[in-house]
Design a protein around this ligand. Structure first.
Ligand code: DGL
Length: 276
């Protein structure tokens, strides 16, 4: 289904907040925003036709991030959340340079938080290959890993499964087990979920890690950061009423729609096709 409408003036509190990810992972961030700011109107873009980003080149992810941010801006977005660690790693600086007046919130694996929470100073980071080999992540480790043992684990194949709605099946658990094993062997007590898809499997990850490992997800801190930015720029939507959410995808909507419905627990949810 295609959709055309006139954009809202993006200086107004009623203007929507835009989100994007390679696919459905950024919904973990959107859900946190929804909990903290229920009045906000939200637009979510799943770049399902180009998922996963984690195995792509930096240039490719930059081009997609520019195109999608342009689309969200054209829909009247007053802020854009890059709800994807890989896209933030590849494109955050470029997006801020290209769209100087736009509030752009990015993500990074929560190493800082893990540093303050870990008791035995051994932390693990699960992420995509693109994120874990990137310059931003390298700087983050340089700045916040003093006195800690940090073990990184690039994960292959998991995002693809989540995209098909396999959130709790044996294949998903097997990939998780394989990737968690080396980290658990090192005795980590804190695990950073460095990809927005992984919090969608939080229960499974928690039960595989056991109660001695604390899981760190960036969704809540990012939602609070967005709240602060909207408040300080006078664009927080005061309500009343619950904001509406619009979903777009570059992928085949008949495939994407059921997965979004499952994750958002909303059988009436509709995804609009976008050719961005
Ligand atoms: N959800 C994404 C992230 O946070 C992208 C995963 C992928 O497409 O590889 O990195």
């Amino acid at each position: 289904m295609n959709k055309k409408k006139s954009p809202t003036d993006n200086s107004l509190p009623v203007a929507p907040v835009g989100f994007f990810d390679s696919g459905v992972g950024g919904l973990s961030v959107l859900q946190a925003v929804r909990r903290i700011m229920p009045h906000e109107n939200l637009i979510y873009f799943a770049d399902s036709a180009h998922c996963p980003y984690g195995n792509r080149s930096v240039d490719f992810v930059r081009r997609r991030s520019l195109a999608i941010t342009g689309f969200l801006l054209a829909q009247g977005a007053k802020a854009v959340v890059v709800a994807c660690n890989s896209a933030s790693e590849a494109a955050l600086e470029l997006l801020r340079l290209t769209f100087p007046g736009l509030e752009i919130i990015g993500l990074e694996p929560a190493v800082k938080v893990a540093q303050s929470m870990s008791k035995n100073k051994k932390i693990g980071v699960l992420g995509t290959p693109l994120t874990l080999r990137g310059g931003r992540f390298f700087r983050l480790l340089n700045n916040f890993s003093a006195g800690m043992e940090v073990y990184t684990q690039p994960v292959a194949g998991l995002v693809e499964l989540i995209e098909t709605g396999c959130l709790d099946d044996a294949q998903t658990t097997a990939i998780l087990k394989k990737n968690l094993r080396p980290l658990l062997k090192k005795g980590i007590d804190t695990l950073v979920l460095g990809c927005t898809h992984y919090p969608l499997l939080k229960e499974d990850i928690a039960s595989l890690c056991g109660p001695q490992v604390e899981l760190i997800d960036t969704a809540e801190p990012v939602a609070r950061q967005l709240w602060r930015r909207l408040l300080s720029t006078g664009r927080l939507n005061p309500g009343p009423g619950s904001g509406h959410i619009e979903y777009f995808s570059s992928g085949a909507v008949q495939t994407v729609n059921p997965v979004l419905r499952k994750i958002m627990a909303d059988p009436a949810l509709v995804v609009f096709q976008s050719s961005v």
